[in-house]
Design a protein around this ligand. Structure first.
Ligand code: DX5
Ligand code: ZN
Length: 217
């Protein structure tokens, strides 16, 4: 099984993002958190920043939209060249139409579920998506603790993906460390977002390799 480590630049130095990207050269994708201070009680940055990151990043962008009305805004991020664009199920009006639009533009389409959101309504829709993001913290802030209670939901989605014979990446985001990554992998995740675990302790490239090793151990 492929393992992908996607560092979140939410924990990077915003004044030196190009340099921060260069420090994570061994990452699979770079996770870019867009927050609008409506869907979540925090604000980051928007499309102009992603357009510029796309120009300078050696690593494909994995955009996580924590915003209201993704139906309106998400296609712009795909048009900017993001490799994947993930919107929240709780915020989308027409998730299937939006996913189709994102794919048409050429991005991988992702749907994210907050810790309290039931996956059941989305299991039949899995063929419409390239990735499912199971949030392992409440979206909005880096540095929170992994919510273990989200693991049964991850397992259910993983089982549904396997039963349907689909190639849908299963991503976890929030509180991923060398201690928790194995638990998420065990429950079926293959794509791991890590912010503070990558950027808040020495060389980010070393932290990425530790996370990879912890998945395999
Ligand atoms: C939180 C964001 C995450 C955040 C994760 O809402 O979606 O991507 O950067 O940070 P850590 O890894 O520190 O929990
Ligand atoms: Zn995120």
């Amino acid at each position: 099984m492929a393992t992908r480590i996607n560092p979140s630049i939410l924990s990077a130095d915003f004044a030196n993002l190009e340099r921060e990207l260069a420090r994570i050269g061994t990452a699979d994708l770079v996770h870019v958190d867009i927050m609008d201070n409506h869907f979540v009680p925090n604000l980051t940055f928007g499309l102009p920043m992603v357009q510029r990151l796309q120009q300078v990043s050696p690593i494909p962008l994995d955009v996580h939209l924590m915003i209201d009305d993704p139906d309106r805004w998400a296609p712009g991020y795909a048009e900017a060249g993001a490799a994947s664009v993930t919107f929240h199920a709780e915020a989308a009006n027409e998730p299937v139409a939006l996913a189709r639009r994102l794919r048409e533009i050429g991005a991988r389409a992702g749907i994210a579920l907050k810790p309290g959101t039931d996956a059941t309504p989305y299991l039949d829709l899995l063929p419409e998506f390239d990735q499912v993001l199971i949030m392992t913290v409440e979206p909005g802030f880096g540095g929170q603790s992994f919510i273990h209670e989200t693991m049964p939901k991850l397992r259910r989605v993983a089982d549904a993906v396997e039963a349907a014979g689909l190639d849908v990446w299963l991503q976890v985001d929030g509180g991923i460390t060398a201690e928790t990554i194995g638990i998420a992998a065990e429950a079926g995740a293959d794509t791991f977002v890590a912010g503070s675990a990558v950027y808040n302790g020495g060389d980010p490239a070393d932290r990425i390799e530790e996370l990879r090793a912890a998945v395999l151990s």
